[in-house]
Design a protein around this ligand. Structure first.
Ligand SMILES: [Zn+2]
Length: 190
């Protein structure tokens, strides 16, 4: 009888352990799924293209882009290059006006949203309108950054960071070479 009691006690302990293990596993599984769902939501919110390559309204072949862009403009905008800091045309530009996409003329950033970031690249706290730009997760060079693209032609413009000034807290760090300054907002004709 004593043996039976001992055996029953052990069996009970095993059952209790198994139940605890199952509960813990269920909690872990739920949390993992929740985290995955949250990540998916974040990706969706930031407008990151997770599906196939997005089709922008302005489409040109590599040859056509080469024909209308300088070599540096082409490398930065069509192949995700970066101009050297403090070398571009606009990091120290203080004129009033609107900076347009050098590839397709899309008005992107206004001088009113430009600020001194000290980075050597023209920096803005917001685009002319959210529909003017597209964003994508960029995992190059061992970093996870948010790439900023022209939403009309897909030109690589730069990156956006969350350490900008008020009112948005965003810092759009843009290559001068991807931009063309005009005294006022001009909608592209095409
Ligand atoms: Zn463009």
């Amino acid at each position: 009888m004593a043996d039976y009691g001992k055996w029953a006690g052990t069996a009970l302990r095993v059952v209790v352990m198994a139940v605890i293990l199952l509960v813990v596993l269920a909690i872990i599984l739920t949390l993992t799924r929740k985290a995955a769902a949250e990540e998916a939501a974040t990706v969706e919110e930031s407008g990151v293209a997770v599906m196939a390559e997005k089709q922008y309204p302005v489409q040109k072949t590599e040859e056509e882009w080469r024909a209308i862009l300088t070599e540096e403009q082409y490398q930065v905008t069509r192949h995700g290059g970066t101009e050297c800091a403090f070398t571009g045309e606009f990091w120290n530009d203080h004129r009033e006006g609107v900076y347009h996409c050098v590839c397709c003329g899309n008005p992107l950033f206004a001088s009113g949203a430009k600020f001194e970031s000290g980075t050597g690249w023209p920096s803005y706290f917001q685009p002319v309108g959210p529909e003017r730009i597209d964003t994508k997760t960029d995992r190059s060079y061992g970093m996870v950054r948010t790439e900023v693209l022209c939403n009309r032609c897909g030109a690589h413009l730069g990156h956006v960071f969350r350490d900008g000034p008020k009112p948005t807290g965003m810092r759009f760090c843009i290559n001068s070479v991807a931009l063309e300054w005009k005294p006022e907002l001009v909608e592209p004709v095409e």
